[in-house]
Design a protein. Sequence first.
Length: 165
Amino acid sequence: MAPIHDRQRVAVIADSQNLYHTAHSLHSRNLDYTALLEAAVDGRELVRAIAYVIRAESPAEEDFFEALRDIGFETKIKEIKTFADGSQKANWDLGMCLDAVTLASKVDTVVLASGDGDFERLCTHLRHEGVRTEVIGFESSTAEELVAAADDFLDMSDDVERFLL
């Protein structure tokens, strides 16, 4: 496992939908993105922080997007697609992977804030390329294969008063 040092350049990739649903289903609370970003950077040099969000036409979402930007996140917003049968879909997985792979040559560490096991292959690839990978999530809802693929895992459930509003 690659060691942590304070001169590491860090990119933070936040799967906001995954984090929102997990925080609400486990704790009925919202995530504190300031605490998340602070823990992810951990005194190192932040190169880029990106929060991937879905526009759901909720009255408070623009305030949320603005709050993310004020904290230091770049927001990438995807519209929900509604299909002829009435089903809806919005998924950032591919976009998150492409951004992480693109950033890999510019950083020493990629911190993925998500519990989605689909990102296991991303972590494996980044580590193969010499990039340290860290995952931040709630252990009970984070895929075991994702935790195993990362260099380090931070369980936000260990300090809910820090990470939840």
